[in-house]
Design a binder for this molecule. Structure first.
Ligand SMILES: [Zn+2]
Length: 117
């Protein structure tokens, strides 16, 4: 079964600025009223990199991580399922899903995972 992407972003009711994670006040207009929104649609790759020096809990030699923007404007970081950076290009579309990203105390920890579509 496909898991819901467990990201909640906060859209300012005054100016529409989207915040993820939550901020007490809007970074654009300083107001405090937000509407909760969920990511929608595909994710477009804004930036990416490779990390080799991983903390405890990762059973891989390196990770590819990226910052993506969903169709409705939410930006988030996630793990990209590719074996080489050569398969990535900024602006490309990625399929997002909620899946295991590492193991902590022998339990899987879930997070945003992205796959080239
Ligand atoms: Zn605002």
């Amino acid at each position: 079964m496909k898991q819901e992407i467990r990201i909640t972003a906060y859209k300012c009711k005054a100016c529409g600025q989207i915040h993820y994670p939550y901020h007490d006040r809007c970074l654009a207009c300083k107001k405090r009223d937000f509407e909760q929104i969920k990511p929608e649609g595909d994710a477009h790759l804004l930036a990416y990199t490779q990390i080799f020096n991983l903390p405890w809990g990762f059973d891989v030699r390196f990770l590819v991580i990226g910052v993506v923007e969903f169709a409705n404007g939410i930006k988030s970081m996630g793990q990209i399922q590719v074996d080489s950076l050569e398969k990535l290009k900024t602006g490309m579309s990625l399929k997002p899903y909620w899946g295991p990203v590492r193991v902590e105390a022998e339990e899987p920890v879930y997070g945003l995972v992205l796959r080239p579509s």
